[in-house]
Design a binder for this molecule. Structure first.
Ligand code: 0X9
Ligand code: ZN
Ligand code: ZN
Length: 435
Protein backbone atom coordinates (compact mmCIF):
# COMPACT_ATOMS: atom_id res chain seq x y z
CA UNK A 1 0.00 0.00 0.00
CA UNK A 2 1.44 3.34 -1.02
CA UNK A 3 2.05 5.72 1.84
CA UNK A 4 -0.61 8.45 2.04
CA UNK A 5 0.42 11.80 0.74
CA UNK A 6 -0.27 14.64 3.24
CA UNK A 7 -3.11 15.98 1.09
CA UNK A 8 -4.81 12.58 1.03
CA UNK A 9 -4.33 12.23 4.77
CA UNK A 10 -6.04 15.55 5.38
CA UNK A 11 -8.86 14.39 3.12
CA UNK A 12 -9.27 11.16 5.11
CA UNK A 13 -9.15 13.06 8.39
CA UNK A 14 -11.75 15.51 7.26
CA UNK A 15 -13.95 12.64 6.11
CA UNK A 16 -13.60 11.11 9.55
CA UNK A 17 -14.44 14.43 11.17
CA UNK A 18 -17.55 14.78 9.03
CA UNK A 19 -18.56 11.27 9.93
CA UNK A 20 -18.14 12.04 13.64
CA UNK A 21 -20.04 15.29 13.30
CA UNK A 22 -22.79 13.49 11.46
CA UNK A 23 -23.01 10.91 14.21
CA UNK A 24 -23.33 13.39 17.05
CA UNK A 25 -25.79 15.38 15.02
CA UNK A 26 -27.93 12.32 14.51
CA UNK A 27 -28.01 11.50 18.24
CA UNK A 28 -31.30 12.44 19.85
CA UNK A 29 -31.35 15.72 21.78
CA UNK A 30 -31.93 15.83 25.51
CA UNK A 31 -34.77 13.38 26.03
CA UNK A 32 -37.75 13.76 28.32
CA UNK A 33 -37.36 12.62 31.87
CA UNK A 34 -38.63 9.07 32.20
CA UNK A 35 -41.79 8.94 34.32
CA UNK A 36 -42.60 5.26 33.64
CA UNK A 37 -43.83 3.53 36.78
CA UNK A 38 -43.87 6.74 38.80
CA UNK A 39 -46.95 7.10 40.97
CA UNK A 40 -48.74 9.94 42.69
CA UNK A 41 -50.15 9.08 46.11
CA UNK A 42 -52.54 10.99 48.30
CA UNK A 43 -51.95 10.57 52.00
CA UNK A 44 -53.15 12.24 55.13
CA UNK A 45 -50.91 12.51 58.15
CA UNK A 46 -52.64 12.15 61.48
CA UNK A 47 -49.82 12.43 64.01
CA UNK A 48 -46.77 14.53 64.59
CA UNK A 49 -44.72 11.33 64.53
CA UNK A 50 -45.90 10.52 60.99
CA UNK A 51 -45.20 14.07 59.87
CA UNK A 52 -41.70 13.97 61.28
CA UNK A 53 -41.10 10.54 59.74
CA UNK A 54 -42.16 11.77 56.29
CA UNK A 55 -39.76 14.69 56.57
CA UNK A 56 -37.04 12.19 57.41
CA UNK A 57 -37.99 9.92 54.52
CA UNK A 58 -37.75 12.94 52.24
CA UNK A 59 -34.11 13.29 53.29
CA UNK A 60 -33.19 9.77 52.19
CA UNK A 61 -35.33 8.98 49.14
CA UNK A 62 -36.03 11.24 46.24
CA UNK A 63 -39.63 12.49 46.54
CA UNK A 64 -41.44 15.20 44.64
CA UNK A 65 -44.15 16.98 46.60
CA UNK A 66 -47.06 18.10 44.45
CA UNK A 67 -49.07 19.37 47.39
CA UNK A 68 -47.83 21.12 49.46
CA UNK A 69 -44.65 22.14 47.65
CA UNK A 70 -42.20 20.77 50.19
CA UNK A 71 -41.92 18.64 53.29
CA UNK A 72 -41.52 21.76 55.40
CA UNK A 73 -45.07 22.84 54.55
CA UNK A 74 -46.77 19.64 55.71
CA UNK A 75 -49.74 20.01 58.02
CA UNK A 76 -51.63 17.39 59.99
CA UNK A 77 -55.00 16.45 58.54
CA UNK A 78 -54.33 18.00 55.12
CA UNK A 79 -54.06 15.91 51.99
CA UNK A 80 -50.50 15.41 50.81
CA UNK A 81 -49.87 14.59 47.14
CA UNK A 82 -46.62 12.80 46.62
CA UNK A 83 -45.01 12.05 43.26
CA UNK A 84 -42.94 8.92 43.86
CA UNK A 85 -40.25 7.92 41.34
CA UNK A 86 -40.50 4.23 40.45
CA UNK A 87 -37.09 3.61 42.02
CA UNK A 88 -38.39 4.82 45.40
CA UNK A 89 -41.70 2.94 45.10
CA UNK A 90 -40.92 -0.01 47.35
CA UNK A 91 -39.19 2.15 49.98
CA UNK A 92 -42.24 4.39 50.16
CA UNK A 93 -44.70 1.46 50.26
CA UNK A 94 -42.74 -0.05 53.15
CA UNK A 95 -42.67 3.27 54.91
CA UNK A 96 -46.45 3.74 54.56
CA UNK A 97 -47.13 0.30 56.02
CA UNK A 98 -44.62 0.76 58.81
CA UNK A 99 -46.10 4.07 59.93
CA UNK A 100 -49.71 3.12 59.33
CA UNK A 101 -50.34 6.04 56.99
CA UNK A 102 -53.62 5.79 55.09
CA UNK A 103 -53.26 6.63 51.43
CA UNK A 104 -54.81 6.19 48.03
CA UNK A 105 -53.39 6.08 44.54
CA UNK A 106 -54.04 9.24 42.53
CA UNK A 107 -51.95 8.42 39.47
CA UNK A 108 -50.88 4.87 38.64
CA UNK A 109 -48.37 5.76 35.93
CA UNK A 110 -47.21 9.34 35.52
CA UNK A 111 -45.74 8.62 32.07
CA UNK A 112 -49.14 7.57 30.80
CA UNK A 113 -50.69 10.81 32.14
CA UNK A 114 -47.95 12.89 30.52
CA UNK A 115 -49.02 11.37 27.19
CA UNK A 116 -52.76 11.52 27.78
CA UNK A 117 -52.75 15.22 28.69
CA UNK A 118 -52.59 15.86 24.92
CA UNK A 119 -56.17 14.76 24.30
CA UNK A 120 -57.51 18.11 23.09
CA UNK A 121 -59.72 18.46 20.05
CA UNK A 122 -57.54 18.20 16.97
CA UNK A 123 -57.00 21.49 15.23
CA UNK A 124 -58.16 20.16 11.85
CA UNK A 125 -61.38 22.13 12.27
CA UNK A 126 -59.37 25.32 12.59
CA UNK A 127 -58.15 27.48 9.76
CA UNK A 128 -54.63 26.51 8.73
CA UNK A 129 -52.11 27.91 11.14
CA UNK A 130 -54.79 29.14 13.55
CA UNK A 131 -54.00 28.97 17.24
CA UNK A 132 -55.98 26.38 19.16
CA UNK A 133 -56.98 27.62 22.60
CA UNK A 134 -57.78 24.07 23.65
CA UNK A 135 -54.23 22.80 23.27
CA UNK A 136 -51.07 23.29 25.27
CA UNK A 137 -48.43 25.18 23.34
CA UNK A 138 -44.67 25.29 23.28
CA UNK A 139 -42.95 28.53 24.17
CA UNK A 140 -42.16 29.20 20.52
CA UNK A 141 -45.81 28.76 19.59
CA UNK A 142 -46.77 31.19 22.35
CA UNK A 143 -44.21 33.73 21.11
CA UNK A 144 -45.67 33.38 17.62
CA UNK A 145 -49.18 33.76 19.00
CA UNK A 146 -48.28 37.02 20.77
CA UNK A 147 -47.06 38.46 17.47
CA UNK A 148 -50.18 37.24 15.70
CA UNK A 149 -52.43 38.91 18.26
CA UNK A 150 -50.75 42.25 17.61
CA UNK A 151 -51.05 41.76 13.86
CA UNK A 152 -54.71 40.73 14.04
CA UNK A 153 -55.87 43.33 16.55
CA UNK A 154 -53.58 46.32 16.05
CA UNK A 155 -56.14 48.70 17.56
CA UNK A 156 -56.41 46.73 20.77
CA UNK A 157 -53.18 44.83 21.35
CA UNK A 158 -49.58 45.92 21.76
CA UNK A 159 -46.62 43.83 22.73
CA UNK A 160 -43.62 44.77 24.82
CA UNK A 161 -40.72 42.83 26.24
CA UNK A 162 -41.01 43.12 29.99
CA UNK A 163 -37.59 41.52 30.47
CA UNK A 164 -35.35 38.59 29.65
CA UNK A 165 -34.71 35.37 31.55
CA UNK A 166 -31.50 33.93 32.99
CA UNK A 167 -31.02 31.95 29.82
CA UNK A 168 -31.66 35.03 27.70
CA UNK A 169 -35.20 34.31 26.54
CA UNK A 170 -37.60 37.14 25.94
CA UNK A 171 -40.54 37.61 28.35
CA UNK A 172 -43.31 39.20 26.30
CA UNK A 173 -46.21 41.16 27.74
CA UNK A 174 -49.39 41.97 25.84
CA UNK A 175 -51.29 45.14 26.62
CA UNK A 176 -54.94 45.01 25.68
CA UNK A 177 -56.46 48.45 25.70
CA UNK A 178 -58.51 50.60 23.39
CA UNK A 179 -56.25 53.45 22.49
CA UNK A 180 -57.92 56.58 23.74
CA UNK A 181 -54.92 58.76 24.49
CA UNK A 182 -56.13 59.09 28.07
CA UNK A 183 -54.02 57.63 30.83
CA UNK A 184 -55.74 54.67 32.38
CA UNK A 185 -55.63 52.48 35.43
CA UNK A 186 -53.97 49.10 34.96
CA UNK A 187 -55.21 45.54 35.42
CA UNK A 188 -52.32 43.07 35.55
CA UNK A 189 -52.42 39.30 35.04
CA UNK A 190 -49.51 36.89 35.02
CA UNK A 191 -49.34 33.20 34.19
CA UNK A 192 -46.73 30.50 34.19
CA UNK A 193 -44.67 31.63 37.15
CA UNK A 194 -44.35 27.90 37.93
CA UNK A 195 -43.23 26.02 34.85
CA UNK A 196 -45.23 22.82 35.21
CA UNK A 197 -48.58 24.53 35.80
CA UNK A 198 -49.49 24.49 32.12
CA UNK A 199 -53.17 25.25 32.59
CA UNK A 200 -52.16 28.65 33.96
CA UNK A 201 -50.40 29.56 30.73
CA UNK A 202 -53.32 28.22 28.70
CA UNK A 203 -55.62 30.51 30.70
CA UNK A 204 -53.65 33.65 29.85
CA UNK A 205 -54.03 32.88 26.16
CA UNK A 206 -57.73 32.24 26.64
CA UNK A 207 -58.16 35.49 28.59
CA UNK A 208 -56.54 37.55 25.82
CA UNK A 209 -58.78 35.84 23.25
CA UNK A 210 -61.84 36.66 25.36
CA UNK A 211 -60.80 40.30 25.58
CA UNK A 212 -60.23 40.81 21.87
CA UNK A 213 -63.12 38.65 20.67
CA UNK A 214 -65.48 39.78 23.41
CA UNK A 215 -64.71 43.41 22.78
CA UNK A 216 -67.92 45.02 21.64
CA UNK A 217 -70.15 42.17 22.79
CA UNK A 218 -69.37 41.39 26.43
CA UNK A 219 -70.36 44.44 28.41
CA UNK A 220 -67.91 43.89 31.26
CA UNK A 221 -64.92 43.02 29.09
CA UNK A 222 -65.61 45.91 26.72
CA UNK A 223 -65.67 48.30 29.65
CA UNK A 224 -62.41 46.81 30.92
CA UNK A 225 -60.63 47.29 27.58
CA UNK A 226 -62.11 50.77 27.19
CA UNK A 227 -61.41 52.01 30.68
CA UNK A 228 -58.21 50.25 31.67
CA UNK A 229 -54.90 48.96 30.36
CA UNK A 230 -54.94 45.18 30.71
CA UNK A 231 -51.43 43.79 31.01
CA UNK A 232 -50.99 40.07 30.40
CA UNK A 233 -47.73 38.17 30.82
CA UNK A 234 -48.58 34.72 29.42
CA UNK A 235 -45.37 33.03 30.62
CA UNK A 236 -43.17 34.64 33.25
CA UNK A 237 -40.90 31.67 33.81
CA UNK A 238 -39.98 31.17 30.16
CA UNK A 239 -36.86 29.08 30.78
CA UNK A 240 -38.68 26.72 33.11
CA UNK A 241 -41.59 26.43 30.70
CA UNK A 242 -39.30 25.58 27.77
CA UNK A 243 -37.63 23.00 30.00
CA UNK A 244 -40.95 21.30 30.82
CA UNK A 245 -41.37 20.70 27.08
CA UNK A 246 -37.83 19.65 26.28
CA UNK A 247 -36.68 17.74 29.33
CA UNK A 248 -38.71 17.51 32.51
CA UNK A 249 -42.48 17.95 32.48
CA UNK A 250 -42.44 18.32 36.27
CA UNK A 251 -40.02 21.25 36.50
CA UNK A 252 -41.28 24.09 38.73
CA UNK A 253 -38.48 26.60 39.29
CA UNK A 254 -36.50 28.95 37.11
CA UNK A 255 -33.34 27.63 35.39
CA UNK A 256 -30.71 29.89 36.92
CA UNK A 257 -27.41 28.54 38.19
CA UNK A 258 -26.68 28.52 41.89
CA UNK A 259 -23.04 29.22 42.71
CA UNK A 260 -21.58 26.44 44.83
CA UNK A 261 -24.42 24.03 44.09
CA UNK A 262 -25.14 21.55 41.35
CA UNK A 263 -28.86 22.21 41.78
CA UNK A 264 -30.57 24.51 39.34
CA UNK A 265 -33.27 27.10 39.78
CA UNK A 266 -35.14 29.27 42.25
CA UNK A 267 -38.82 29.19 43.13
CA UNK A 268 -40.00 32.41 41.48
CA UNK A 269 -42.91 32.57 43.92
CA UNK A 270 -40.54 32.75 46.89
CA UNK A 271 -38.23 35.32 45.37
CA UNK A 272 -40.24 38.54 45.86
CA UNK A 273 -39.17 41.18 48.29
CA UNK A 274 -41.87 40.50 50.84
CA UNK A 275 -40.76 38.90 54.09
CA UNK A 276 -38.22 37.22 51.84
CA UNK A 277 -37.16 33.67 52.75
CA UNK A 278 -38.73 33.76 56.18
CA UNK A 279 -41.66 31.34 56.03
CA UNK A 280 -42.39 28.29 53.86
CA UNK A 281 -39.36 28.91 51.70
CA UNK A 282 -36.00 27.21 51.69
CA UNK A 283 -32.45 28.58 51.65
CA UNK A 284 -31.36 25.29 50.06
CA UNK A 285 -30.79 25.58 46.27
CA UNK A 286 -31.87 21.97 45.84
CA UNK A 287 -35.31 22.60 47.34
CA UNK A 288 -38.39 23.16 45.17
CA UNK A 289 -39.13 26.24 47.28
CA UNK A 290 -35.61 27.70 47.14
CA UNK A 291 -35.97 31.45 47.73
CA UNK A 292 -32.93 32.43 45.65
CA UNK A 293 -29.69 34.15 46.60
CA UNK A 294 -31.50 37.40 47.37
CA UNK A 295 -34.92 38.96 46.83
CA UNK A 296 -35.46 39.54 43.09
CA UNK A 297 -32.32 37.56 42.25
CA UNK A 298 -34.29 36.05 39.37
CA UNK A 299 -34.42 38.36 36.34
CA UNK A 300 -37.93 37.09 35.57
CA UNK A 301 -39.16 38.27 38.98
CA UNK A 302 -37.23 41.52 38.83
CA UNK A 303 -38.69 42.29 35.39
CA UNK A 304 -42.27 42.04 36.60
CA UNK A 305 -41.49 43.75 39.92
CA UNK A 306 -39.81 46.66 38.10
CA UNK A 307 -42.83 47.05 35.85
CA UNK A 308 -45.29 46.95 38.75
CA UNK A 309 -43.15 49.36 40.80
CA UNK A 310 -43.10 51.81 37.95
CA UNK A 311 -46.87 51.66 37.56
CA UNK A 312 -47.93 50.90 41.13
CA UNK A 313 -49.83 54.17 41.43
CA UNK A 314 -52.02 53.26 38.46
CA UNK A 315 -52.27 49.48 38.63
CA UNK A 316 -55.30 48.48 40.68
CA UNK A 317 -55.44 44.72 40.19
CA UNK A 318 -52.81 41.99 40.21
CA UNK A 319 -53.98 38.45 39.46
CA UNK A 320 -51.45 35.62 39.46
CA UNK A 321 -52.44 32.30 37.95
CA UNK A 322 -51.29 28.94 39.31
CA UNK A 323 -52.42 25.33 39.53
CA UNK A 324 -53.62 23.15 41.13
CA UNK A 325 -56.05 22.93 44.11
CA UNK A 326 -59.06 25.09 43.10
CA UNK A 327 -58.42 28.02 45.41
CA UNK A 328 -58.77 31.75 45.27
CA UNK A 329 -56.11 33.08 47.60
CA UNK A 330 -55.93 36.50 49.20
CA UNK A 331 -53.15 38.35 51.04
CA UNK A 332 -51.33 37.49 53.09
CA UNK A 333 -49.46 34.29 52.33
CA UNK A 334 -46.35 35.25 54.23
CA UNK A 335 -47.89 35.99 57.61
CA UNK A 336 -51.10 35.52 59.55
CA UNK A 337 -51.57 39.27 59.65
CA UNK A 338 -54.98 40.27 58.34
CA UNK A 339 -54.85 42.54 55.32
CA UNK A 340 -56.49 45.93 55.56
CA UNK A 341 -58.97 45.05 52.79
CA UNK A 342 -59.68 41.54 53.93
CA UNK A 343 -63.43 42.04 54.25
CA UNK A 344 -63.79 43.55 50.81
CA UNK A 345 -61.52 40.95 49.20
CA UNK A 346 -63.22 38.06 51.00
CA UNK A 347 -66.68 39.05 49.90
CA UNK A 348 -65.40 39.60 46.37
CA UNK A 349 -63.74 36.16 46.40
CA UNK A 350 -66.93 34.63 47.72
CA UNK A 351 -68.95 36.04 44.83
CA UNK A 352 -66.25 35.20 42.27
CA UNK A 353 -65.99 31.55 43.34
CA UNK A 354 -69.77 31.25 43.43
CA UNK A 355 -69.97 32.48 39.84
CA UNK A 356 -67.18 30.09 38.89
CA UNK A 357 -69.06 27.13 40.34
CA UNK A 358 -72.24 28.01 38.49
CA UNK A 359 -70.90 26.67 35.18
CA UNK A 360 -69.77 23.13 35.99
CA UNK A 361 -70.12 22.85 39.74
CA UNK A 362 -66.36 23.17 40.30
CA UNK A 363 -65.82 23.91 43.97
CA UNK A 364 -63.31 26.51 45.05
CA UNK A 365 -62.21 27.51 48.51
CA UNK A 366 -61.10 31.07 49.15
CA UNK A 367 -59.47 33.13 51.87
CA UNK A 368 -56.12 34.47 53.05
CA UNK A 369 -53.41 32.14 51.69
CA UNK A 370 -51.76 31.72 55.11
CA UNK A 371 -54.81 30.03 56.62
CA UNK A 372 -56.29 28.53 53.43
CA UNK A 373 -53.14 26.65 52.39
CA UNK A 374 -49.87 27.36 54.14
CA UNK A 375 -47.57 30.13 55.20
CA UNK A 376 -45.17 31.05 52.41
CA UNK A 377 -43.38 34.35 52.21
CA UNK A 378 -41.68 35.98 49.24
CA UNK A 379 -44.74 35.44 47.05
CA UNK A 380 -45.78 37.75 44.27
CA UNK A 381 -49.20 38.88 45.41
CA UNK A 382 -48.18 39.75 48.98
CA UNK A 383 -45.58 42.00 47.47
CA UNK A 384 -48.01 43.48 44.96
CA UNK A 385 -50.55 44.13 47.71
CA UNK A 386 -47.94 45.92 49.81
CA UNK A 387 -47.13 48.07 46.78
CA UNK A 388 -50.65 49.39 47.15
CA UNK A 389 -52.31 47.17 44.55
CA UNK A 390 -55.50 46.42 46.43
CA UNK A 391 -57.01 43.68 44.28
CA UNK A 392 -54.14 41.23 44.59
CA UNK A 393 -55.10 37.58 44.36
CA UNK A 394 -53.80 34.20 43.33
CA UNK A 395 -55.84 31.52 41.57
CA UNK A 396 -55.03 27.86 41.89
CA UNK A 397 -56.89 26.41 38.93
CA UNK A 398 -58.15 22.83 38.38
CA UNK A 399 -58.04 20.15 39.53
CA UNK A 400 -57.72 18.80 43.08
CA UNK A 401 -55.24 16.05 42.31
CA UNK A 402 -56.86 13.55 39.95
CA UNK A 403 -54.58 14.80 37.22
CA UNK A 404 -52.70 17.43 39.20
CA UNK A 405 -50.29 19.31 36.96
CA UNK A 406 -51.17 16.97 34.08
CA UNK A 407 -54.65 18.35 33.49
CA UNK A 408 -55.81 17.01 30.10
CA UNK A 409 -56.29 19.44 27.25
CA UNK A 410 -59.91 18.34 27.05
CA UNK A 411 -60.44 20.32 30.29
CA UNK A 412 -58.91 23.57 29.09
CA UNK A 413 -62.18 24.92 27.72
CA UNK A 414 -64.25 24.25 30.84
CA UNK A 415 -61.48 25.45 33.15
CA UNK A 416 -61.07 28.71 31.27
CA UNK A 417 -64.80 29.28 30.85
CA UNK A 418 -65.52 28.88 34.55
CA UNK A 419 -62.50 30.99 35.48
CA UNK A 420 -63.77 33.75 33.18
CA UNK A 421 -66.98 33.83 35.24
CA UNK A 422 -64.89 34.58 38.33
CA UNK A 423 -62.94 37.16 36.35
CA UNK A 424 -66.11 38.94 35.27
CA UNK A 425 -67.13 39.37 38.90
CA UNK A 426 -63.69 40.66 39.83
CA UNK A 427 -63.45 42.95 36.78
CA UNK A 428 -66.89 44.39 37.46
CA UNK A 429 -65.95 45.13 41.04
CA UNK A 430 -62.61 46.67 40.09
CA UNK A 431 -64.28 48.87 37.47
CA UNK A 432 -66.89 50.01 39.96
CA UNK A 433 -64.43 50.51 42.83
CA UNK A 434 -61.17 51.57 41.22
CA UNK A 435 -60.19 53.53 44.41
O1 0X9 B 1 -46.76 27.64 46.67
C1 0X9 B 1 -47.07 28.47 45.81
O2 0X9 B 1 -46.31 29.28 45.34
C2 0X9 B 1 -48.49 28.45 45.29
N1 0X9 B 1 -48.94 27.12 45.12
S1 0X9 B 1 -48.39 26.26 43.88
O3 0X9 B 1 -48.88 24.91 44.02
N2 0X9 B 1 -49.00 26.82 42.55
O4 0X9 B 1 -46.98 26.37 43.82
C3 0X9 B 1 -49.35 29.15 46.30
C4 0X9 B 1 -49.23 30.59 46.21
C5 0X9 B 1 -49.76 31.25 47.43
N3 0X9 B 1 -49.05 32.41 47.66
C6 0X9 B 1 -47.83 32.40 48.21
N4 0X9 B 1 -47.34 31.29 48.69
N5 0X9 B 1 -47.20 33.52 48.27
ZN1 ZN C 1 -48.20 22.98 44.02
ZN1 ZN D 1 -47.75 27.69 41.22
Amino acid sequence: MAPLRPAALILRLSQLLLLLLGLTWALPGPSQEDFRGNQVLSLTLTSQAQLFALQQLDQVVQLDFWQPESASQLRLGEEVHLHVPSASGSRVAEWLAQHGVTHRLLIQDVAERVRSQFDGASSSSLARGAHSYEKYHTLDEIYQWTSNMVAQYPDLVTKTEIGTSSEGRSIPMLTISRKTGASKKGFFVDCGIHAREWISTAFCQWFVKELVEGYGSSETLTRLVDEMDVFVVPVINVDGYAFTWSKDRMWRKTRSHNPGSACIGTDPNRNWDSNWCVEGASPNPCAETFCGSSAESEPEVKAVADFLRGRSSTIVAYLSMHAYSQLLLLPYAGSYQQSEHNNELSSLAKRATKALSSAYGTKYRYGPASTTIYLASGGSFDWAYDQGIRYSMTFELRDTGRHGFLLPESQIRATCEETMLAYEVIVQHVLDHPY
